[in-house]
Design a protein around this ligand. Structure first.
Ligand code: DQA
Length: 144
C-alpha cells in the first residue's frame, strides 16, 4: 500500500457550500470517497483544520512516515512562513494543490510560501488536482 496524507487548510471544510462559482459544488468528503474508489492501492489519511498551528503539527506528524503529502493550505499558502518551514523540515515529499487558478485571481494569491518547498504544484484544475497528485505519487512508487 502507498500511504498518502491529504491536508486541507481553512474553509475547505465548506467545499460544496462555499463560493461554488470558484470552488464547485462537490464536498471534499465526496471527493475523498471517489479517490478511495479510484486508487484502491492507496491508504489515504485525511486532515483538515482552520488553525495554522494544527496544520504545522499535521505536516510534522505525517512528514516522516508517509509516502506523500497532498497539501492545500488554502489562505495560509499566501501568509504562512511556518507552513513553508514545516515542509522544508520533513522527509515526505509534498505536492501543493489549489482548486482555483490562484494566478488568475487577486495579486495576494500569487504569493506562495509553499511552492518553493513542494516537489510541485497543481493549480486551477478543480478537485481533480487531488487525483492528479495521487497519480504522481503512485507512479513514483511504481518506478522505484
Ligand atoms: C485555494 C486558493 C486560496 O487562495 C484560497 O484562500 C483558498 C483555496 C484553492 O484551493 O483554490 O481558500 O487554496
Amino acid at each position: 500500500m502507498i500511504n498518502i496524507t491529504i491536508i486541507n487548510g481553512p474553509n475547505l471544510n465548506l467545499l460544496g457550500k462555499r463560493e461554488p462559482s470558484v470552488y464547485g459544488n462537490e464536498s471534499f468528503e465526496d471527493c475523498l470517497a471517489q479517490l478511495k474508489k479510484d486508487f484502491p492501492q492507496v491508504n489515504f489519511t485525511y486532515f483538515q483544520s482552520n488553525v495554522e498551528g494544527e496544520l504545522v503539527n499535521a505536516i510534522q506528524e505525517n512528514g516522516f512516515t508517509q509516502d506523500g503529502i497532498i497539501l492545500n493550505p488554502a489562505a495560509y499558502t499566501h501568509t504562512s512562513v511556518a507552513i513553508g518551514d514545516a515542509i522544508a523540515s520533513i522527509k515526505t515529499p509534498v505536492i501543493e494543490v489549489h482548486i482555483s487558478n490562484v494566478h488568475a485571481r487577486e495579486d495576494f494569491r500569487k504569493i506562495s510560501h509553499v511552492s518553493a518547498k513542494a516537489v510541485g504544484s497543481i493549480v486551477g484544475l478543480g478537485l481533480k488536482g487531488y487525483a492528479l497528485a495521487t497519480e504522481w505519487f503512485v507512479s513514483k512508487s511504481e518506478n522505484v
